[in-house]
Design a binder for this molecule. Structure first.
Ligand code: HEC
Length: 231
């Protein structure tokens, strides 16, 4: 290929581009397309979606790391099926205190329920942080303290340690117990099941803090309700 051949090819490509561009410009004059100003397909009675609000609800922002986390989260959450409760509902009639529930809680049942936690948490010793922090030895651990995990400011602000009572409160409804937490899990409403999971968490650590003492069973007229009772 002599040196002119290259120049000719370049000139040919340049000319082709110029012709296409010119033709586009010319036809736009001739056809004068008139694009609608509003979005199409308005359906009567249905308000348009506020896209800004949809984006505001999106759980995490745009960095590469968070995108990967989000994709992992979506995959995991597909697998996270909350098991159907087989435990009798105890919350309604007589509230049983946590100490009593823990004393009779079966950690093995708790382990099964905690499968749903494992979608986001690793529970092994020296295990990694995942979507949520590693939960080895979480009972008695300072809240929001696992190294290397980026906690939400909300959880960081809680302070103190994960006592049995705090865990019970948190796991009932994380979003209500700690508004603004990153733990997007609706909670375990059944107190017996919750106690089982907490008993399992307690067994999953180097040292197991002693369970709170069971309260004596409520008599017919417990003093607490006497005070609260209407005359
Ligand atoms: C959808 C994912 C997800 C599921 C499912 C989930 N968690 Fe979490 N969890 C998180 C995230 C994220 C955090 C960090 C919260 C924050 O920083 O606000 C967290 C935090 C926690 C903490 C606080 C840990 C610390 O170091 O302070 C505990 C305890 C906990 N989860 C227990 C559980 C248990 C028990 C279950 C199952 C019943 C569960 N989680 C299910 C994502 C999840």
């Amino acid at each position: 290929m002599d040196r002119w051949e290259g120049t000719k090819i370049a000139a040919g490509i340049g000319l082709a581009c110029a012709v296409m561009g010119g033709a586009g410009w010319f036809s736009a004059r001739v056809m004068a397309p008139d694009y609608p100003k509003a979005r199409g397909y308005a359906v009567a009675g249905i308000p348009p979606v506020d896209l800004a609000s949809v984006q505001r609800d999106w759980p995490v922002g745009g960095s590469k790391m968070e995108q990967a986390e989000l994709i992992g989260y979506i995959h995991e959450i597909d697998k996270a099926v909350v098991p159907v409760s087989t435990e009798p509902e105890v919350a309604r009639e007589a509230p049983v205190d946590l100490g009593t529930l823990l004393a009779s809680a079966d950690p093995e049942k708790g382990r099964r329920t905690a499968q749903v936690c494992m979608a986001c948490h690793d529970l092994s010793q020296n295990g990694p942080n995942r979507i949520g922090p590693n939960l080895w030895g979480v009972v008695g651990r300072p809240v929001g303290s696992h190294p290397g995990f980026a906690y939400s400011p909300a959880l960081k602000g809680v302070g103190g340690q994960w006592t049995y009572q705090e865990l019970d409160h948190f796991l009932t409804s994380p979003g209500r117990a700690v508004p603004g937490t990153k733990m997007t899990f609706s909670g375990i409403r059944n107190p017996r099941e919750r106690a089982q999971v907490i008993a399992f968490l307690a067994s999953n650590g180097a040292s197991k803090p002693p369970f709170p003492a069971p309260q004596p069973a409520a008599t017919e007229a417990p003093p607490a309700t006497k005070i609260a009772a209407a005359p």
